[in-house]
Design a protein around this ligand. Sequence first.
Ligand code: PLP
Length: 374
Amino acid sequence: MDSATPSDSASAVPAFRGGTPPVRPDIAALAPYVPGEQPQGGRWIKLNTNENPYAPSPAVSEAIQQAASGRSLARYPDPLATSFRTKAAELLGVEPDWILCGNGSDDVLTILVRSFVGQGESLRMPYPSYILYRTLAGIQGARCHEVTFAADWSLGTSFTAARDGLRLVVVPNPNSPSGTVLPKAWLLEAAKELPCPLVIDEAYADFAETNCIDLVRQCEKVIVTRSLSKSYALAGLRFGFAVARPEIIAQLTKVKDSYNCDALSVAAATAAIADTSWLATNRSQIIATRRRLEAALASLGFRVQPSHANFVWCTHPEASHRGIYEALKERGILIRWMNFPHWGDGLRITVGTDEEIDAFLAPLTEILGRLSAS
Ligand SMILES: *Cc1c(COP(=O)(O)O)cnc(C)c1O
């Protein structure tokens, strides 16, 4: 027997006798993934979900207009997003068949977990990091093996140790919420030691000094994922991709929806990555504002984790993080208060424009004065 028999599944899910039809027990037990607040309407200063505060390259809307003209949308899109893969391959120094596109990098991560991790098997990730990984494992009926970061945001040998049922390891680099990076040489050694693939989630790599694309050539177990949501200012578009050996990409392609990327997003994403000077300018601006934000937070008494991303993680030795978050929200400013069970809490602040950061720092200074006086 190689698959569950009808009687197996009947024992897991109670017979349906009317009322709300039962979903799989794995799904019923799942805590839903809660993304950062996305208020619709109102005038908020949004520093909570790591969106880019600037408009994307003007080439993006031109490409969308062109892709929407005439009868183009009457046809199904290119299932392999060939225009994007060709351009991205050229820029990254790989071949197009090393690239898989997705409806945001969350879609790519979903495809990876579905492809590698079966029911009852394990997905390993660091803690604290991106909470979505846990949800993806849960949907799959898989286990999570979370390895806690050391105080200096490094990972010990338990991160690379073999373990029964371990099928995939994922690590965001730079990490969220810390903005820290693991050394590239360490990641290569980790991939070599692991008994399964290592996914390096590079959603924020464009804001860092280095990235791990070349490790894909050096080790067949390395898979890198990228997103256009942050560094290309296209979170609303939904486009991301994976870079891996062609043998892996061919397997992942079987799992994805045939048309997981629509014609408008493929055209827009291709135009966005082709505009390398837009990326360079945006990146320097974000990094300059990040340095200002880090210095200002430190002068207000925060412990600031030096960041390699477009957000800053900080903690305050006295003031309540939740209190700060709530007081700012009352003033129309959203930042992220994050509380990690058994670990602790802190504040993650997205690097906005200089004006937005000033509009955040002024009330923050006042709130801290009030919180410490009371
Ligand atoms: C934002 C983010 C993503 C998701 O990116 P999308 O392309 O918008 O789906 C993936 N990983 C990490 C660590 C992120 O912070």
